[in-house]
Design a protein around this ligand. Structure first.
Ligand code: C2E
Ligand code: CA
Ligand code: CA
Length: 707
């Protein structure tokens, strides 16, 4: 090969080498020892300092990299020269473009044949990205650790279920130290009942939240919520679990559950809880082929206690009743086979359904006899007097019993039937118990049907009035035989049953509170007729209207009367209200005030069915009453029956002494008329003198009479 050729090859090689040097991602330079003068720099090196490759040749390194940086690294350069060893260091650099970079610098000595360093190679790598990533990782780890310590919630890191870190709140929650917990299995700190689930979560590694139970050092179980996340921590993939103490929440939930299932006043289960448990008890008894008894207990006249003595006393009474019922069930020897503790009593249920209603479920196949014995005990135990603020009060219960399975298959059915039996006990004089009988259901169904028809009757105009005249007997100012009054009597014209008399529907209307709209209609209609007959000069006498207890006691009753008078254009003196003795015996002051206001309107007051209600004389004396109507049951047996004669005679006597008008009701015979006239009654009313008649017929009768 010629020297030229050789040179050409060398040149080519050199050019190739220069291309390589200029394209590697490393800055390369060579400085000779003498004056640290640059003899070579590749493109990246020169560019790093903002120069071209050729410009830097011959410059000192202080000139290239700047005096400050040169002073800083001079010791490393000296080291390379002195020790003839390569040196590595990192530093930060502000590039010619103003960027801050992290560089890693290698200084390699260039040794001559004697081992002396005659220069040094400089190799610089840009490690900015690397360092920044590291710093970021360091930062986030620091943040995480700070967060972990600052968090009020427990945090644990684990790897494959083995604990790598725990924060102080969790240590405190569980009662362990960090040393105790590090490296141990997380499962050791989980309650046995919750371990399987936790193990599953560790194995499957999902990101989830779930409720679990932690285990305290002392063995206590602590309800917790676990929030599990996969984290990169300390350069590794770990699982982070936030352990949230949910004891408060669990307690609150338990309290809410308790509240939802119990009656706050007595602490007994409420209807909701009863229905649930009764359904289970029924199912269990059904499987075993055993019977059950459901008792419905309602206190008699409890409302009266509540209204007159106040709610605190009422509440106290209910609590006492609850205790007494529970005690009776606990000590019911009739259900305990001799010498055996009674398992059935455990299954018994006592619940309060609200108000003064209690429901019992007697488990363990109690027979009718045992149930009767318990009912009798409840009757006497609940009815015992209770001392309240010096006073002695007592309320009796009425009890209805339905038996499973014969009287019903579901709790609802048994409750309904026991309730019916309870009503039966009440209607038969209260303070009693009754077993359910199928006829009760039939009667209840009929009542229900009538109730819904009654509710429509006012709207559909099915009511009408009959009128019965009242005549003077000649004892007072009016001449014998003169018309002194008219009584309006309610009738119900039903499409299904024809004309229905009031005794057949008024008690139900009162019970279901339908009497108020009915009473309003009666008053309005009676007054309209009175005004018409008055204007036509057919009857210048008061119109007597019957008032039920509920109407009289309803708020605004007097205002309602006032309004009815105004609407019909009737004067107050054209109206007589018939009240019963029972209404007058309630709270005297209130009753008196109402009567005084009615009297002020000019309305007259009559006491209906007098003699049946035992009104005390003293009482009557204080009330503004105009008239007594002797109940027709006394008149029916005069003059033959000595007892009736005595009573009716006494009433007339009493009326005269109190200066009240006395009217005899139900006079059917001439003998009765003669007797009441002889006694000195002012007036009579009855089939003898006049049957109750529909308005048109009564009006015709009035006209005929006048003509
Ligand atoms: P009451 O107020 O004692 O009405 C008199 C009842 O005796 C009426 O029965 C009447 O038809 C009946 N009667 C009249 N004379 C004789 C007689 O000589 N012999 C016999 N045995 N009975 C006689 P009625 O119409 O069936 O009313 C029954 C009860 O219904 C009334 O008894 C009254 O308490 C109530 N009532 C009637 N209308 C109304 C009303 O509009 N509102 C309210 N709340 N109750 C009413
Ligand atoms: Ca009457
Ligand atoms: Ca009467």
């Amino acid at each position: 090969m010629s020297a030229d050729n050789e040179l050409a090859v060398l040149r080519a090689r050199l050019a190739q080498f220069a291309r390589l040097c200029n394209n590697v991602p490393v800055a390369i330079a060579y400085y000779e020892r003498e004056g640290y003068t640059c003899r070579y720099a590749n493109h990246p090196y020169a560019a790093m300092f903002g120069r071209g490759e050729d410009e830097v040749i011959g410059l000192s390194f202080a000139e290239i990299i700047g005096a400050d940086a040169a002073a800083q690294i001079q010791p490393r350069v000296d080291e390379v020269v002195r020790e003839r060893q390569s040196v590595r260091y990192e530093r930060q650099l502000l590039t010619a473009q103003g960027q801050r970079r992290h560089i890693e610098v290698h200084l390699l000595p260039d040794r001559d044949d004697h081992g002396q360093a005659q220069g040094a190679f400089v190799l610089i790598s840009d490690i900015t990205r690397h360092r920044e990533a590291e710093a970021a990782a360091r930062d986030s780890e620091e943040r995480l650790s700070k967060f972990m310590h600052a968090s009020a919630e427990g945090i644990v890191f684990h790897k494959g279920g083995f604990i790598t870190d725990v924060n102080p709140p969790l240590l405190q929650l569980l009662g362990w130290t960090l040393e105790d917990m590090m490296g141990r299995s997380t499962l050791e700190f989980v309650a046995p009942s919750a371990r399987q689930r936790v193990a599953e979560v560790i194995a499957a590694a999902p990101e989830i939240s779930y409720d679990s139970v932690a285990l305290h050092k002392d063995g206590r179980e602590i309800p917790v919520e676990l929030i599990v996340r996969t984290m990169h921590h300390a350069g590794e993939t770990q699982r982070m679990t936030i352990v949230r103490d949910i004891r408060d929440r669990v307690d609150a939930e338990a309290r809410i559950r308790h509240l939802a299932q119990h009656d706050a006043l007595t602490g007994l289960p409420n209807r909701l809880a009863f229905d649930e448990r009764a359904a289970l008890a029924l199912a269990a008894a059904g499987r075993r082929g055993e019977g059950l008894a459901l008792m419905f207990i309602d206190l008699d006249h409890f409302k009266r206690v509540n209204d007159s003595l106040g709610h605190p006393v009422g509440d106290m009474l209910l609590q006492t009743v609850a205790d007494r019922i529970t005690a009776v069930l606990r000590w019911a020897p009739e259900r305990r086979p001799a010498g055996e503790p009674d398992a059935a009593r455990e299954a018994d249920l006592v619940a309060r359904f609200g108000g003064d209603e209690f429901v019992l479920l007697l488990a363990g196949d109690p027979g009718r006899e045992a149930v009767s014995a318990i009912a009798a005990k409840l009757l006497s135990a609940v009815g015992l007097p209770l001392q309240v603020e010096g006073a002695s009060i007592s309320v009796t219960p009425s009890i209805g019993v339905a038996l499973f399975p014969e009287h019903g298959q579901t709790p609802a059915e048994l409750i309904k039937h026991a309730d019916l039996a309870m009503y039966e006990a009440k209607s038969q004089g209260r303070a009693a118990w009754r077993f359910f009988e199928p006829t009760m259901a039939a009667a209840a169904y009929a009542a229900l049907e009538m109730e819904s028809r009654l509710a429509r009757a006012v709207r559909d105009g099915e009511f009408l009035l009959h009128f019965q005249p009242q005549f003077a007997l000649g004892g007072g100012t009016a001449e014998a035989g003169a018309l002194v009054g008219v009584e309006a009597l309610l009738r119900w014209q039903t499409p299904e049953h024809g004309l229905v008399l009031p005794d057949a529907f008024i008690p139900l209307a009162e019970e279901r509170r339908l009497i108020l709209p009915i009473g309003r209609w009666v008053l309005g209609e009676a007054l309209r007729c009175a005004v018409r007959w008055h204007a036509a000069n057919l009857a210048q006498v008061p119109m007597a209207v019957n008032v039920s207890t509920q109407e009289f006691q309803s708020p605004g009753f007097v205002e309602g009367v006032e309004q009815a008078l105004a609407q019909s254009g009737a004067a107050g003196s054209m109206l007589e209200l018939e009240l019963t003795e029972r209404m007058l015996m309630e709270d005297v002051a209130t009753v008196r005030a109402a009567l005084v206001r009615l009297r002020a309107l000019g309305v007259r007051i009559a006491v209906d069915d007098f003699g049946t209600g035992y009104t005390s004389l003293a009482h009557l004396k204080h009330l503004p009453v105009d008239r007594l109507k002797i109940d027709r049951s006394f008149i029916a047996d005069v003059p033959g029956d000595a007892g009736s004669v005595a009573i009716a005679g006494a009433i007339v006597n009493l009326g005269q002494r109190l200066h009240l008008q006395v009217l005899a009701e139900g006079v059917e015979t001439e003998a009765q008329r003669a007797w009441v006239q002889e006694q000195g009654c002012d007036a009579q009313q009855g089939f003898l003198a006049g049957m109750p008649l529909p308005a048109a017929e009564f009006e015709a009768w009035l006209r005929a009479r006048r003509g």
